[in-house]
Design a protein around this ligand. Structure first.
Ligand code: FE2
Ligand code: FE2
Length: 342
């Protein structure tokens, strides 16, 4: 913009007005002249234009409407309205639509030059601000990209740590790693049948995989113990949902997965832990998780001397429907014959 003459487009249906404007301005500016809206639009879309001098009363076109259209498409072009009749109402409207100033025919050459110069200064300032904003936008996008990458790195290293923790628990109880995978798959199966959003599904899978992570805080001797647990030992194990939720708080995993981890041992009738929530107080994903978790334990837990058959699991689900489990979820598991996938 600095090394070339600023470009002015005159849109006026009177040839003498176009010629006289061109005559006054051509030494300092590149002046293009259009006799109507059509030619004006052509120049605007094909050339760089800094200022438009626009006739309010163009033949066949509403000059104000054209002003509005140009400002919408090219907000950084300044527009000076030209008119033979200075109606205050029209001028006000033009200013409201974004006109920079107005000139009344016949023009005073000096006034014309001053208005054009001011408009140009304004256009330059606006362009400079726009360029600054574009630069800021670009750097913001770049920073967001860097933050996104850093976040992914942290998430994947946290995921690796969580996997290592689950494997550590598994090495002591011979169960938790495989259990986490199966509970994740089975929870997703139930969720597909009841219909949850894609976001909820992602959170459910994540919390299902990590639901027993808090067991890492339980003494290895308790996890490995094959005989019946004492009350104290059982109380230690019962703390794993809270501990797991606390662990997740310090990771970049979404906070939204914490409730299902904390509440996966709540029971529908309020007799569960850690908070004794009842019915719909228990987060929906935690209720799904509780059903999947219990089914998996009935079929695969090494703590049971005899693992249950699908028929026995179904009987247990019916028996504890409405007390331990959300009855609607039990119905879905049974009606959809999901146990055949467990
Ligand atoms: Fe658990
Ligand atoms: Fe579990």
């Amino acid at each position: 913009m600095l090394n070339r003459k600023p470009a002015i487009l005159v849109i006026d249906d009177e040839a003498c007005v176009r010629h006289s404007l061109k005559f006054v301005l051509r030494d300092e500016y590149k002046v293009l002249a259009a006799p109507g809206a059509l030619e004006g639009r052509f120049y605007l879309s094909s050339q760089h234009i800094d200022i438009v001098l626009l006739d309010i009363r163009l033949r066949g076109t509403d000059g104000l409407r054209l002003l509005y259209e140009i400002k919408q498409k090219f907000p950084y072009i300044e527009i000076i309205m030209i008119t033979a009749y200075a109606s205050l109402k029209t001028i006000r409207k033009a200013i409201r639509y974004g006109a920079f100033d107005y000139l009344i025919k016949p023009f005073d050459k000096n006034e014309l030059r001053t208005v054009v110069r001011n408009a140009l200064k304004d256009a330059k300032n606006r362009l400079a601000i726009k360029n600054e904003l574009d630069k800021i936008k670009e750097s913001t996008l770049y920073l967001e990209h860097l933050i996104g990458n850093a976040r992914q790195t942290i998430i994947s290293s946290s995921r690796n740590s969580m996997t290592a923790i689950l494997l550590n628990i598994h090495s002591r109880d011979g169960y938790t790693w495989a259990h986490a995978g199966r509970v994740t798959r089975f929870s997703a199966l139930i969720a597909e049948k009841v219909g949850i959003t894609e976001d909820e599904m992602q959170r459910l899978k994540c919390s299902a995989f990590l639901h027993d992570i808090g067991k890492v805080t339980v003494d290895g001797a308790i996890l490995e113990k094959e005989s019946t647990l004492t009350e104290h030992e059982f109380n230690m194990i019962k703390r794993h949902p809270e501990k797991g939720a606390e662990m997740i708080k310090s990771t970049p995993f979404p906070d939204l997965i914490i409730p299902s981890i904390r509440h996966h041992h709540e029971r529908y009738d309020g007799s569960g832990y850690p908070d004794g929530l009842t019915g719909e107080e228990i987060p929906y994903t935690a209720r799904i998780l509780a059903v999947a978790d219990a089914i998996d334990a009935m079929i695969y837990s090494p703590a049971r001397q005899h693992t249950f058959t699908a028929e026995r699991v179904e009987r247990e689900l019916r028996t504890h429907s409405g007390t331990q489990f959300d009855p609607e979820l039990v119905d879905v598991v049974i009606k959809e014959k999901l146990l055949s996938f467990a």
